[in-house]
Design a protein around this ligand. Structure first.
Ligand code: BJW
Ligand code: ZN
Length: 243
């Protein structure tokens, strides 16, 4: 913990990279947890791939509608708020998320880089129009051009938006401390961000309830526990607020 606090206090640039685990305490299921994860009940190819959408678009839309209902009822947890506080303490803190739930923004984090898109938007595969998607919209949503829209998210086999990815790689290469929070770190190209940071000399801090499958190394610190507990403790220790 001491090394993390020292490096954090001295850091000019920080990256917080998050995955589904940061939102688990807000009641949003993760993808790969054996018991509670979404993939325990559904196959990723069926629901999160262009082929799956072509095969059964209504089924895929129903899955996203169910997730959007959960997200609309959810509120950010102490982990999201600790990241916002870190951004206040170190203004050059970049939040990079794989999540599509918008909870970092709901916790007032600034300039969040969303690598895998957003549940709040739909886009048109035919004319590329993008618009906000509301649960009250006709279902499944149809574009002004007449085509059925799709969720504006990145599925397996699809390219991440180039400019978004470049911003994420640049921020990771330039930071002194890189937090990897609540991600199994299995999905590329996002999974390479911690190693970009580590190669450039950053301290990588892994925060996860389980360290199974997570890397080890000289530049890596591991904090085991729920993000909603670990992150507030860490931020409080690093930046105690005066009475
Ligand atoms: C807690 C906690 C608590 C729980 N506190 N922690 C190189 C090598 C191998 C494969 C590939 C490669 N490059 C590309 C690939 C293929 C593929 C890939 O990576 N596959 C791997 C699975 C093997 N990647 C792609 O297809 C990507 N596209 C691409 O590379 O295109 C290239 C291309 C080139 C030219 C032409 C065309 C294309 C796209 C990947 C898109 C991923 N999309 C999804 C769905 C997004 C939309 C949606 O949400 O529906 O993104 S899949 C899903 O996985 C979602 C997530 O963002 C992503 C990551 O999951 P995450 O967040 O890590 O969740 P979990 O569940 O895995 O982990 C949760 C963690 O939290 C666990 O560790 C828990 O322990 C922890 N936890 N409670 C702290 N309270
Ligand atoms: Zn259209």
């Amino acid at each position: 913990m001491n090394r993390i606090i020292e490096r954090l206090r001295a850091a000019a640039r920080v990256v917080v990279f998050t995955g589904a685990g940061i939102s688990a305490e807000s009641g949003i299921p993760t993808f790969r947890d054996a018991q509670t994860g979404v993939w325990a009940r559904f196959s990723p190819e069926e629901l999160a791939s262009p082929e799956g959408f072509r095969r059964d678009p209504t089924k895929v839309w129903e899955w996203y509608r169910w997730r959007r209902e959960l997200v609309d009822r959810a509120v950010p947890n102490a982990g999201h708020y600790a990241i916002t506080e870190l951004q206040r303490q170190i203004p050059n803190t970049v939040v990079i998320t794989q999540n599509v739930d918008g909870l970092h923004q709901a916790a007032q984090s600034r300039d969040v880089i969303e690598l895998h898109g957003s549940l709040q938007r739909a886009c048109c595969p035919s004319c590329t129009r993008v618009r906000r998607w509301e649960l009250a919209d006709p279902f499944p949503p149809t574009c002004a051009c007449g085509a059925m829209m799709r969720p504006d998210v990145v599925w397996f086999g699809e390219r991440l938006p180039q400019a978004t990815l470049e911003r994420a790689f640049d921020a990771s290469a330039e930071c002194q401390v890189f937090f990897s929070v609540g991600t199994s770190n299995l999905v590329h190209p996002a999974a390479s961000l911690p190693w970009v940071a580590a190669r450039r000399g950053a301290l990588v801090v892994i925060v996860n309830v389980s360290m199974e499958g997570q890397e080890t190394g000289d530049n890596i610190e591991r904090l085991t526990g729920p993000a909603g507990v670990v992150l507030p403790q860490l931020v409080k220790l690093a930046f105690p607020t005066p009475l």
